[in-house]
Design a protein around this ligand. Sequence first.
Ligand code: MN
Length: 287
Amino acid sequence: MRLVEPQSAEKRLTVKLEVTDAVARIHTDEKRLKQILVNLLSNAVKFTPEGGQVGLRVTADDAQNNLRFTVWDTGIGIDKEDLERIYQPFVQIDSGLSRKYEGTGLGLSLVLQMSAFLGGSVQAESKLGQGSSFTVTLPIVWAGEHSIPARAASSQPSTPSMVPNSGAKLVLLAEDNPANQMTIGDYLRARGYRVELAENGTEAVSKARALKPDVILMDVQMPEMDGIEAMKAIRDGGMAQVPIVALTALAMQGDKERCLSAGANDYLSKPVSLKKLAKALESFVDP
Ligand code: MN
């Protein structure tokens, strides 16, 4: 909840946390659970208009074999047909929305994969114009990871065997959205990169100078200094060679040109698939 605090404060949202007394402890994968909740909360905040409410409710089922994590909001909602499609990777409901509400479009598909991986399930309820709720049900004791689905393996967080050595190439990930930071960061680490995070354009410029990354992934829409200004500053600051891949939510005419003239070597518009993103990076640098 701390991770979505800045965005919810900016939109003057009321954020509620309710945890039932019956809940004692859960044995699960902390990092994956965190990823699930950050993705859901981040979506809730993103799709709830100013002054609305979002919340997390944690309850135990009667037999106490499961815990239910419900993330709810009073946001724009999702209609019935779309509700069936939203778990597909890289789907954002309509282009008009994705212009207003930025995201990779990966969040829910990742939530579904992670929940299944932890032996649980996800249920969604939504009413157009009234809000949505997503309930993740997880067993109180997770049996472990013997049954990792091969299809999902590539987007799982890095495990010790995948921790890159110091010879691994460094990606500077400039991205302000916490869910995207985790999703993209974990994916790139799993592919063998080292990843350093910058949360806004100013930080991207200073970290580019200090760390000399092998490649930079630059979100265009960021607070303080946007990606366009950051790319110009990096190029003007004498770093002519470092490959920069720009990421923008706005697939608008002229966007590509704006990115390229600011110094980007390549350009992708969100929602983007992780594979496509990795391919773009790998055309410049081998992890
Ligand atoms: Mn952004």
